[in-house]
Design a protein around this ligand. Structure first.
Ligand code: ZN
Length: 175
């Protein structure tokens, strides 16, 4: 009796593991029609996010963007990176050393162009974002090399935290 139960559990576990390992076609929680995306996105945004394209280095709007705020997936709006984890990698693409949430990006092997790279995809909608490399700064050592075309930016809402106050701008000499 007991033995049967144990075997059953082992078998069940194996099925679960196998189904996970054999998952080839992933479906995403959020999906949009190609038609809608073609209307809503610029041709460049569409090409990068839907056709796994890469924008030319040093051409993206967020490469040297330094404002405080949050970077989102341009397709579904899922928050991906904080401006605090952005750094100048010199690569010509916006680079981040950490994610807002570990699960917000799905990683997979990419063997295109005869290279082995790790592709970074939005976990919500499956939009192609860029690649992950292991040569980032401490403490994570990670470099999320993103396309500006995959990202939207929401500036930090100053009314969110009243720490520095709203009277700051008045009577303060500019340096
Ligand atoms: Zn998305």
């Amino acid at each position: 009796m007991y033995r049967f139960k144990k075997d059953y559990c082992t078998a069940l576990l194996q099925v679960l593991l196998l189904s996970g390992a054999c998952r080839t076609k992933k479906t995403w929680p959020v999906s949009y029609s190609q038609e809608e995306l073609r209307k809503r996105l610029t041709p460049k945004q569409y090409h990068v996010t839907q056709e796994r394209g890469t924008e030319s280095a040093f051409t993206g709007e967020f490469t040297y963007h330094k404002d405080e705020g949050t970077y989102h997936c341009v397709v579904c709006g899922a928050p991906l990176f904080s401006s605090h984890s952005k750094f100048d990698s010199g690569s010509g693409w916006p680079s981040f050393f950490d994610l807002l949430k570990e699960e917000s990006i799905t990683l997979s092997d990419d063997f295109s162009y005869g290279l082995h790279r790790v592709e970074a995809t939005c976990s919500q909608c499956g939009a192609h974002l860029g690649h992950l490399f292991d040569d980032g700064p401490k403490p994570t050592g990670k470099r999320y090399c993103m396309n500006s075309s995959s990202l939207g930016f929401h500036p930090k809402d100053s009314s969110d935290d009243g720490a520095s106050g709203s009277t700051d701008t008045d009577g303060k000499a500019e340096l």
